[in-house]
Design a protein around this ligand. Structure first.
Ligand SMILES: CC(=O)N[C@H]1[C@@H](OP(=O)(O)OP(=O)(O)OC[C@H]2O[C@@H](n3ccc(=O)[nH]c3=O)[C@H](O)[C@@H]2O)O[C@H](CO)[C@@H](O)[C@@H]1O[C@H](C)C(=O)N[C@@H](C)C(=O)N[C@H](CCC(=O)O)C(=O)O
Ligand SMILES: Nc1ncnc2c1ncn2[C@@H]1O[C@H](COP(=O)(O)OP(=O)(O)OP(=O)(O)O)[C@@H](O)[C@H]1O
Ligand SMILES: N[C@H](CCC[C@H](N)C(=O)O)C(=O)O
Ligand SMILES: [Mg+2]
Length: 494
């Protein structure tokens, strides 16, 4: 495709130089440029992509997209916002892949991964070829790929969506993080259904205040298109958790048809008679397409919410409620989400990805509902991320546990001991006696210690890292999997 043709989607962009140059690919990282590429200079949070234009040229870039004119021999396309340009050019270059599939997106502080997994399962069982993009992986057409982040950057996203659509995928269900919305990573992606799970504290390092954080999530709903399009395929839906205060705000922002779920009588999809055991959760559900009694194999009231969101989304795709029920009941669980580590030991060990105050409180409430004995919680908080959540999570852990093992999550570039101290501040403020908690920097040792102390009937909850198979310490990526470490510790004791 010629530069002029590709960039014609950017009405106000100015081309300085030869617009007839042939563009073979698009790249935003100079280190990955291949001959024939168009290099887009992005102003980042730590670096300015404009500084790498010369390096990109050396590696064979044939044109640049810039926000300010550079001294260069290459033709350059001058734009106001190169992130917007990236989204527009990527979706054009890859032939608008989101218009070739039904796109379902899930945003919210907690429950995105779980909800996307449920929807993917229901739609695939129904015979709709469905792909998935999110925290754990991307998968479609029997293949899966690990993902470095929850929501890919616009350029990668359009590339992946194109691969998916070309493989015959009919629906794509993906997680849409608040970072992605704020950075415009899903601009150029045409969503049919936007789902909201819940809003609670996280990422205040990035969004600063809860209002800003809510505003970022709101972008998802305000950007959805027309609810009343003539052909059904083009209609838009906002599926909102009516029990969360933010739902009313999102409902106001959107031009899509609002479908609600929750426990209240007014919700379009509403659950009642919730019953939780260590094996799973059962509930009754009333919907705009009938009612059913459903028993899922995942524990926790919060999973009833995830299931309701999935039910609403699947009903909108025409899946009968009876089929939805069968699919939901067949899901064994999602990796690293309330995942039991079972080596035949007389106490329970559970690995969970709760890494926010609300997530931790929810999973601990659930654990307390079925724990026959004491509850031991092993957890930490990630470094280079929201610091204000640390003491809050410390308090929550103490309130719902008999003993708390405060340890490292992914310290990244921070001093691990100081992160533990931030969490301890919450424990001290709460007046938790010193014998009720331990600070153990080494996560393996903390897990071993908790498991060593467990008696029959006790529950050891290991929270924060879930499916992760690594630990990020001082810039290094070390092998670490809570499930394997816990297994070794259980076996070591036996
Ligand atoms: C805060 C944030 O989201 N940062 C993302 C952002 O980084 P940045 O703006 O700092 O980029 P930068 O390093 O300054 O570089 C600017 C430009 O120069 C280019 N560059 C840089 C160096 C070089 O040698 N050559 C070169 O061309 C870069 O490719 C980039 O285009 O753009 C980068 C490239 O796309 C991302 O990798 C990076 O994600 C970082 C790694 C990250 O950790 N993000 C997390 C916080 C995140 O996005 N998390 C959410 C999940 C949140 C949730 O749970 O809800 C997610 O969606 O995963
Ligand atoms: N609907 C929910 N409400 C509150 N907490 C939840 C909900 N669903 C899951 N959780 C808790 O949050 C943890 C993370 O769940 P999940 O991975 O589905 O969320 P996520 O939104 O994808 O997280 P991330 O932002 O890291 O991608 C779970 O392990 C569980 O403890
Ligand atoms: N998506 C979340 C993951 C946090 C997982 C936790 N293990 C950590 O490293 O903080 C984030 O980017 O904040
Ligand atoms: Mg996720």
């Amino acid at each position: 495709m010629k530069l002029m043709q590709l960039t014609s989607v950017l009405t106000a962009a100015v081309i300085d130089g030869d617009g007839d140059v042939e563009i073979g690919g698009i790249e935003t990282d100079s280190r990955g440029v291949k001959p024939g590429d168009l290099f887009i200079c992005l102003p980042g949070h730590t670096q300015d992509g404009h500084q790498f234009a010369a390096q990109a040229a050396e590696k064979g870039a044939v044109a640049l997209v810039v926000e300010r004119k550079l001294v260069t021999k290459l033709p350059q396309v001058i734009v106001k916002d190169s992130r917007f340009a990236m989204a527009a050019l990527a979706s054009t270059f890859f032939n608008q892949p989101s218009e070739r599939m039904k796109m379902i997106g899930v945003t919210g502080t907690n429950g995105k991964t779980t909800t996307t997994y449920l929807i993917e399962k229901i739609l695939n069982d129904h015979g709709l070829k469905t792909g998935l993009i999110g925290t754990i992986q991307m998968k479609y057409d029997g293949q899966s790929f690990p993902m470095p982040r929850t929501t890919p950057e616009a350029l990668e996203l359009q590339r992946y969506l194109n691969d998916m659509a070309n493989a015959g995928t009919e629906c794509c269900v993906m997680e849409v993080s608040s970072h992605a919305l704020e950075q415009g990573r899903v601009k150029g992606t045409d969503f049919r259904t936007a789902i909201f799970t819940n809003l609670s504290q996280d990422h205040l390092d990035y969004h600063h205040t809860m209002e800003e954080y809510r505003g970022a999530k709101g972008l998802f709903f305000s950007r959805l298109g027309n609810a009343f399009a003539k052909d059904e395929r083009s209609r838009k839906y906002a599926v909102l958790n009516a029990d969360d205060d933010a739902a009313a705000y999102f409902a106001k922002q959107t031009a899509a048809e609002v479908i609600t779920y929750g426990l209240g009588d007014d919700a379009d999809v509403r659950a009642s008679n919730i019953s939780i055991t260590a094996q799973g959760t059962s509930f009754h559900v009333d919907t705009f397409r009938g009612q059913a009694d459903i028993s899922i194999r995942m524990v926790g009231k919060f999973n009833v919410y995830n299931a309701m969101a999935a039910i609403a989304a699947a009903l909108l795709e025409g899946v009968p409620l009876e089929d939805i029920k069968n699919s939901l009941e067949s899901v064994p669980g999602v990796a690293g989400r309330v995942e039991a580590v079972n080596e035949g030991q007389p106490y329970a060990v559970i690995v969970d990805y709760a890494h926010t105050p609300d997530g931790l409180e929810n999973v601990l409430r659930t654990v307390n509902e079925f724990a026959a004995g004491r509850v031991f919680t092993v957890f930490g908080c990630g470094g280079d991320r929201d610091r204000t959540k640390r003491p809050i999570m410390g308090k929550i852990a103490a309130n719902y546990s008999d003993v708390v093992f405060v340890t490292s999550d992914n310290p990244r570039t921070e001093d691990p001991e100081l992160i533990l101290k931030d969490i301890e501040a919450g424990l001290i403020e709460e007046g938790v006696p010193a014998e009720s908690y331990k600070l153990i920097v080494d996560r393996r040792k903390a897990i071993e210690k908790a498991i060593e102390m467990a008696s029959p009937g006790d529950v050891v909850l290991i929270a924060g890292k879930g499916h992760e198979t690594y630990q990020l310490i001082a810039g290094e990526v070390l092998d670490f999997d809570d499930r394997i470490v816990a297994k070794d510790a259980i076996r070591g004791r036996q």
